[in-house]
Design a protein around this ligand. Structure first.
Ligand code: SIN
Ligand code: FE
Length: 291
């Protein structure tokens, strides 16, 4: 079961000892969480006005594309748009500094993906079961196949009223995969090319992506699994930060409002131990190459 490893990091550019770096990378790769209870992301003048649920418009959240610097989602006038862009961009840079210090082994492989601002209260949000992150799942996205590349996420709770973000943590990846193994079916021949051709996927959906998506959907659709599988509750206080491989660790976000999140992609050859990647675990279980 996933453990929460607490690290006494209180500033984003803090020097971190080699012993702590070794502990951090090993914990993440084996499927534990890194928690930084006293690592707040400080807002600048005028930014607290951005903490309103209407900021995302109809979207679940507002996100920044690191390659173009443009915002997606959001319902904003020009001044707020600029301020929001600047706040999200600063979080992207700040989280990057932490990773540089904490995980130097990943430095050359790490690719910064989207940065998001999550302004909607999770509890009570009306959303389809497949998109409902209140259900335990491993991260896998229909239009963005990773082809085996890892998904590492850094989140920080910026709630101004002291409201914590409540998650559930589920079974190990091996546990999840073996639970559903007998019900998994392989991709239909030719489907990856058709999805790519139609623009449904941004790149080729490999067999790995196909199985990950199936796991994601099987877990979320299975209410019995949601209530009976091994799990524990976990609370992230306002002013705290946490980090986890969300493709490996089954998780659900139950309640909370106002968080910033940065996604990173990491090729599995950049891992300390690539055999612990979900791709390798699934390949061992299914006895075939998947990407
Ligand atoms: C998720 O990755 O499932 C949601 C995380 C969150 O918004 O707390
Ligand atoms: Fe998720």
């Amino acid at each position: 079961m996933t453990e929460l490893i607490t690290l006494p990091v209180t500033t984003w550019d803090q020097r971190i000892t080699t012993a702590q770096q070794d502990l951090a990378i090993d914990a993440l790769e084996r499927g534990d969480f890194l928690s930084f209870p006293r690592l707040p992301f400080l807002l600048q003048a005028g930014e607290s006005e951005l903490l309103t649920p209407s900021i995302a418009g109809k979207a679940k959240n507002v996100s920044l594309d690191p390659t173009t610097g443009s915002l997606r989602g959001g319902n904003l006038n020009e001044a707020d748009h600029k301020r929001l862009q600047s706040m999200i961009h600063r979080f992207a840079e700040t989280s990057r500094a932490l990773l540089r210090n904490l995980l130097p082994h990943y430095e050359t492989g790490l690719k910064q993906a989207r940065t998001s601002f999550r302004a909607t209260e999770i509890a009570g949000r009306q959303i389809s079961w497949r998109k409902d992150d209140k259900r335990l799942h491993v991260d896998s996205f229909p239009s963005s196949p990773t082809q085996g590349t890892r998904i590492l996420r850094v989140l920080t709770n910026v709630n101004p009223h002291g409201q914590s973000r409540q998650w559930r943590l589920g079974d190990s990846f091996e546990g999840v995969a073996s639970h559903y193994q007998s019900s998994l079916s392989g991709p239909v021949w030719g489907s990856a090319s058709i999805l790519r051709l139609l623009g449904v996927t941004k790149r080729r959906r490999t067999a790995y992506d196909h199985y990950m998506l199936q796991l994601h959907d099987r877990m979320k659709a299975d209410l019995d699994y949601q209530s009976r599988s091994p799990q524990r509750a976990c609370e992230f206080q306002a002013g705290s930060t946490w980090m986890v491989f969300t493709d490996l660790v089954s998780h659900a976000a139950m309640s909370g409002q106002y968080a910033l999140e940065q996604t990173y992609h990491l090729p599995i050859k950049s891992m300390l131990d690539p055999s612990r990647a979900p791709l390798r675990i699934l390949e061992r279980l299914l006895g075939r190459t998947l990407a």
